[in-house]
Design a protein around this ligand. Structure first.
Ligand SMILES: Nc1ncnc2c1ncn2[C@@H]1O[C@H](COP(=O)(O)OP(=O)(O)OP(=O)(O)O)[C@@H](O)[C@H]1O
Length: 300
C-alpha cells in the first residue's frame, strides 16, 4: 500500500531522515514505533507529501506521493495531533463542510454512530473543546468516508482510557471487516500491541526493523542466568544479546535471536558456570524498551 525507499530529509544541518526504507502492506496494521525525535512524524509527513522530501521514492496506493490527488485522498484517512481543523466550526458543521468532498464515499450512518459513541458535543465549536474531544472530531473527520488506508500519527493523545479502548476495538473491527490498511505511530505500545500485525521501529532517521509482531516476539527473550559466585561479563558476546549486565551472581540480557531448539543449550556453553537459567517471553513494550536502550548505548 505504501513503499518508501531511501527517504531523506534534512532540516538545515540536522539530517532527520537518513535513508528510510519501509513497507506498509495492504490489509495489515503496522505499528510505527521509535524514540522521541527518531523521525516518525517526518516520515509520515513526507510519505503523504505534506512535507517536501529531499531524496528518495515514495509510492502510496501505486501513486508517487508527489502526485497524490483527490481520487487517492478520498481513500486515505489521516489523523495527527498537529493536524489543523477549522476551529470555528461545530462538529455537525464540520461534517457538512467535509461531506461534499467525499461524495458517495461518505457514510452518514457511520458518522452518526461515531458522533454518538464518541459522545461529541454538537453545539460547541472545536476551539472550545478539550484536546481529547478535538482528537475524536479529527478521527471522525478522517474515518467517516471509510478510507482504505488509515494513517494515524499519535492518535491517542488526550483520549481517556475508555475512549481509547472503544476506539481501538472499533478500528480493529473495521480493519478486519473491511480489510483496511492501518499505519499507526504511537508511544502507547500496550494499546498498539493489541491489534498490530506488524511493527516497524525507527531510530535516528533509519528504520531498524520491520517485522510481523509474532515473529518479533518469537525471537526475543529476556534471559537471566544464575551463578554460584560473582561473575563478570566476557568482552565479546553475540551481537544479538542486548543490554547485557551483571549484578553479582546473575547475568541478564535480552536475546534478539532466541531459538527454541538451541538457545537454552547455548547459554551454559558460553557461561560454563551457569547453574540456572530463566527465559521469559517479552511483551512488545519490553522488546521496544530493550531495543531503545541498545540504540542509546550504541550512540553513547
Ligand atoms: N520543522 C522542523 N524543523 C526543524 N527540525 C525538525 C522539524 N520537524 C522535525 N524536526 C527534527 O527532526 C527530527 C525528527 O522529528 P520527528 O518529529 O519526525 O520525530 P518523532 O519520531 O515523530 O518524535 P516524537 O516521538 O517525539 O513525536 C527531530 O530531531 C526533530 O527535532
Amino acid at each position: 500500500m505504501i513503499t518508501i525507499r531511501n527517504l531523506r530529509k534534512r532540516f538545515r544541518s540536522h539530517e532527520a531522515l537518513r535513508g528510510v526504507n519501509l513497507d506498509i502492506p495492504e490489509g495489515k496494521v503496522t505499528a510505527f514505533l521509535g524514540p522521541n525525535g527518531a523521525g516518525k512524524t517526518t516520515t509520515i509527513k513526507c510519505a503523504l507529501n505534506f512535507m517536501e522530501r529531499d531524496e528518495g521514492d515514495v509510492s502510496v496506493m501505486g501513486c508517487d506521493a508527489r502526485k497524490l490527488a483527490k481520487p487517492e485522498w478520498q481513500r486515505i484517512g489521516y489523523v495527527s495531533e498537529n493536524r489543523r481543523l477549522p476551529e470555528w466550526l461545530t462538529v455537525p458543521k464540520l461534517m457538512d463542510y467535509l461531506r461534499p468532498m467525499y461524495g458517495s464515499r461518505w457514510d452518514r450512518d457511520f458518522e452518526k454512530t461515531m458522533i454518538r459513541d464518541f459522545q461529541l458535543p454538537l453545539k460547541t465549536r472545536l476551539s472550545a473543546m478539550s484536546r481529547g474531544q478535538r482528537m475524536k472530531a479529527a478521527l471522525l473527520a478522517a474515518l467517516a468516508y471509510r478510507p482504505q488506508l488509515v494513517v494515524l500519527d499519535e492518535p491517542f493523545s488526550g483520549l481517556d482510557p475508555l475512549v481509547r479502548d472503544e476506539f481501538l476495538s472499533g478500528l480493529l473491527e473495521m480493519t478486519e471487516a473491511e480489510g483496511w490498511t492501518v499505519w499507526i505511530s504511537s508511544h502507547d505500545i500496550e494499546e498498539v500491541e493489541r491489534f498490530a500485525d506488524r511493527v516497524a521501529i525507527i531510530d535516528d532517521g533509519r528504520v531498524d526493523l520491520q517485522e510481523e509482531v509474532d515473529s518479533l516476539q518469537g525471537r526475543f527473550r529476556n534471559v537471566e542466568l544464575w551463578f554460584d559466585g560473582e561473575t563478570a561479563l566476557p568482552d565479546e558476546l553475540p551481537s544479538c544479546w542486548l543490554n547485557a549486565k551483571t549484578t553479582g551472581r546473575t547475568i541478564t540480557f535480552s536475546d534478539a535471536g532466541y531459538d527454541e531448539s538451541s538457545s537454552r543449550d547455548l547459554y551454559p556453553r558460553i557461561f560454563p558456570g551457569c547453574r540456572r537459567q530463566e527465559v521469559d517471553r517479552m511483551t512488545l513494550r519490553e522488546v521496544f524498551v530493550a531495543l531503545a536502550r541498545s540504540y542509546r548505548s550504541r550512540t553513547a
